[in-house]
Ligand binder design. Structure first.
Ligand code: NAP
Length: 283
């Protein structure tokens, strides 16, 4: 699968990755989830997104299990995790990262980010993220749910490592980041990692679904594959659908590796118009 480069670190992110929020981390469903992640990696969806918040650390432990006894080597995946805003003081960030590394069973995170803006001064959090990069515990640093002004404050607080990515909500019915945030990120080489590409469980239905199905027909793609392709059509965007079913993951992997033509992009534009928001939308 095609990859996109993160500035400063050389980390290569697969255009489609795999999310782990609300993934089943126990019992038979966890075995199924591991199998789906493993299959996704085999298909090139090597960017695995997790967070200390997900299942109170259980999602990170599940990814750790995937690496320990799921038949996946550490060097076959790009691991991303997040520090919660309430932990994001200087010392708190360093400690949170250590805990995440332990749960994942690895020495280094490829991507590490602040989950959303909080009350600790951003300069403290950025200083901690830079220290983690200096110490070789993190390869690329970034943020999540940051709007333009917040991004600029974060960038301004960094001393010697670039802000490599911003993970934000991006699906067909929530495209407002295309107005200002994506152009701003394009200008500064900040990769946009779009989350919840299916709107969690609000994938389009009715006439809107039929638009996607109709477009998919000519290229033998499903509506979800069309959606993922649209969301990753710009070289600055990647997407991280979550699935714990192997069949769904296989379907999702088919969202990359081909291109919608201009007429198809315009048809999607018309069916899912951009709406201006006063604030950056987030889940
Ligand atoms: N930074 C943030 O604040 C933030 C916020 C939200 C999410 N995220 C990240 O982004 C990831 C993705 O977002 P998300 O989990 O909110 O939602 P999503 O990826 O938009 O949707 C996940 C839902 O879609 C279903 N699904 C996936 N592929 C499918 C397919 N081919 N056919 C039918 N159903 C399918 C999944 O069910 P199955 O599992 O049963 O397939 C699950 O119910 C998260 O897991 C997380 O890693 C980050």
């Amino acid at each position: 699968m095609e990859t996109r480069s993160l500035v400063g670190s050389g980390v290569q992110l697969s255009v489609l990755g795999q999310g782990t929020w609300q993934i089943s981390a126990r019992g038979a469903a966890a075995d199924e989830a591991i199998e789906a992640l493993r299959r996704g990696i085999e298909l090139g969806m090597t960017h695995i997104d997790t967070a200390e918040m997900y299942g109170n650390g259980d999602a990170e432990k599940l990814v750790g299990r995937l690496l320990r006894d799921g038949g996946v080597r550490r060097d076959q995946v790009i691991l991303a995790s997040k520090v919660l805003p309430q932990n994001a003081s200087y010392g708190g960030t360093l400690e949170a990262c250590d805990r995440s590394l332990r749960r994942l069973g690895t020495d280094v995170l490829d991507l590490y980010m602040l989950h959303w803006p909080g009350s600790h001064p951003i300069a403290e959090t950025m200083r901690a993220l830079e220290k983690l990069v200096d110490d070789g515990r993190v390869r690329a640093l970034g943020v999540s749910n940051f709007d333009v002004e917040e991004l600029e404050a974060a960038r301004g607080a960094l001393r010697h490592h670039p802000l490599a990515f911003n993970q934000v909500l991006y699906h067909l019915q929530e495209r407002s980041i295309e107005l200002n945030l994506i152009p701003h990120c394009e200008k500064h080489g900040i990769l946009v990692v779009g989350y919840s590409p299916f709107g969690q469980d609000r994938f389009p239905t009715g006439p809107k679904l039929r638009v996607l199905e109709e477009i998919g027909k000519s290229q033998e793609k499903t509506a979800r594959q069309v959606a993922l392709n649209f969301l990753t059509r710009k070289p600055i965007t990647v997407s991280i659908p979550k699935s714990q079913k192997q069949g769904h993951t296989e379907e999702n992997s088919g969202g990359a590796g081909w291109r919608l033509d201009d007429d198809e992009v315009q048809a999607i534009d018309r069916a899912f118009p951009l709406r201006v928001r006063r604030e950056l939308p987030m889940l």
